[in-house]
Design a protein around this ligand. Sequence first.
Ligand SMILES: *Cc1c(COP(=O)(O)O)cnc(C)c1O
Length: 729
Amino acid sequence: MTANNNSSPQTTGKLVGITPQGLYSKCVALANNLWWSWHPEVISLFRSLDPIRWRQLGHNPIALLHEFTPERLEIRAAELVLYTRIDQAYRRMTEYMTARTTWARRNVGVLGSQPVAYFSLEFGIHESVPIYSGGLGVLSGDHIKSASGLGVPLVAIGLFYNQGYFKQHLDIEGWQQEEYIDTPVQFLPLESATDQKGNKVTVEVQTRSGTIYAKVRQLHVGRVRLLLLDTDLEENQQQDRQLTSRLYGGDNRTRIRQEIVSGIGGVRALEALGIRAGVYHLNEGHNAFAILEATRLRMERDGKSFDQAASEIAQKTVFTTHTPVPAGHDRFDSSLIDEHLGPLREQLGIDHGHLMALGRVDPSNSHETFCMTVLGLKMSRYANAVASLHGVVSRKMWHGLWPQLPEEKVPIGHITNGVHVPSWMAWQFNTLLERHMPTSWSAESYDPKEWEAVHDIDPGEFWETHCALKNLLVAFVRRRVSRQCRRRGEADDVIDRARTILDPQALTIGFGRRFATYKRATLVLNQIERMARICNDPDRPVQFIFAGKAHPADKPGKEFIQTIANLRNDPQFANRFVFIEDYDINVCRHMVQGVDVWLNTPRRPLEASGTSGMKAVLNGGLNLSILDGWWAEAYDGTNGFAISRGTSHTDDTVTDKRDAESLFDVLEHEVVPLYYDIDEHGLPMKWIERMMSSVSSLAWRFSAHRMVADYTTDAYLPAAGGTSCKVER
Ligand SMILES: *Cc1c(COP(=O)(O)O)cnc(C)c1O
């Protein structure tokens, strides 16, 4: 007989048989798999333990739990009646982790025993794991979350940065300051990866200037393991210990050293862990050295020649390019290549000229540097761009590699990017949809028919939900802007004004992205007086929320930030333009969930895809964008707004002027009138209709589940030796 038989759940709020230690362990287990990061009910559990500390600790559940003893946690759980919720969350996670009926199991079983090895230099999973800088990283994070959701067997490989990307703040002049902060590594859900004997795995990569050692750490992202190589080891030369400290922090030599660690070291890590990859997916050229190491392994194991092994590895390799500008591709000169690839090349039995030729468009041109994208394109069976228009641009850009083919036959296809819906759709919006959509619908379904019912939702409720989210955004902006003012040491009245900045009723336009000059953040100021009139119309006001980082070396980008940020000193714009510092996943989430309009003004065709606009779609935000990247294929005349007609002039200043003219016209004649066309019930019915069209026509199409399913059927399956087939959605 046990003592607690007569304490029933009803009277104590506790579950029979759970000790404080047991409860604590369940919370720790939840915190240790990033599965929690896309489950609002688990996030809300953590938050409710201590909402203030939750925010102060950057939404990091391990750091939060560290502040609780099991006994204190039990008391808190009893006060808030959390036992059942913790138990249910834990049970849901366990069921998810052990599920046998996934999409992949039903459709692509052949991938089962030999997973996809997915290489990327950054992964954006959650703001509390700072190993990403921007779009590429968030895309990788969304990719592996959806691979987990669909049950696609996949192991991800990247680098562990103990400082990550810089933190941004602006000084009193509005100039970007960069700060690198040591990540509190002990509060990340990191483990050491161990081999079959239980030993911690380290890998080494030889160069002509010494061996680089890396330990292999791992994170769990649902069912996906993410291996992260970290060179902070005593065995390393001093300079190499910091090799993986920062993302995009160093010169070209640092870059190639990072890339041999992630590419060559990455393949060695898989080998040491006993993981036999069936497919290599290289997300961007950074990791293309992986192909060479995989080739070496095959030569060693099967006694093949270089040519034969390389062509067999190419058959298993999928390469994704992301950069529509020639200057954006990694290039290394001959001496850097020899210093870092020389030892591996000798094992491959090829000479330096042969190796260089693999990275050259024209193999015989000894002046050409070694381009990682060229290596990836030459040594993969399937290459793709990340949107339809980007496919056109990429085929043109790399035509030189296949001069005998007409441009449209250049073998670079496209799979348009998508975003992980459960990570980006506000739970309030998800709840609304769940209540009104057919029972078969879930946020993760990407069957267009399932989304048609969005139009049947009560417009009043739809609008109310959006307004609630917009209010949350305004509250967030006020909090952040007043904090920014305090940090800069502004006067009390300035801080007070920040607490009431923005008008929750006004048409609110968001712009959050990297401040690269081709994205033209300042296009909205091209006609400054016209903008002042638009913003300050007493009956139909318009306001803007900006955020984004400029690369530390990008002075013109920083000047754009300064121009926008300093509008706060201009009485015409002080309450109409705000700049939120330190754009990251958290800032992005608040913005895309609350804005009325998401603005994108790249100089066409330089935006490969863009994904933030897709996140706005998931929350009812309408895109107002140049017809570039994903928007060029998404816009249908009823689901958002287009700036210009998809043309550009050879002279950038002419293009900019024309695009600005169109932007102002669309704002004045379409966006503002539609938003303020309010019926007798106080609802902007035509606007709501457009929101619904946007959700129903785009949410499924630009979801990461659709994207990963496309990769799986069109690229992974053929690469793994299966054939492409028609599979259920
Ligand atoms: C989604 C996201 C991006 C990518 O947005 P783009 O539209 O490609 O500019 C960049 N940074 C963060 C933090 C994001 O969440």
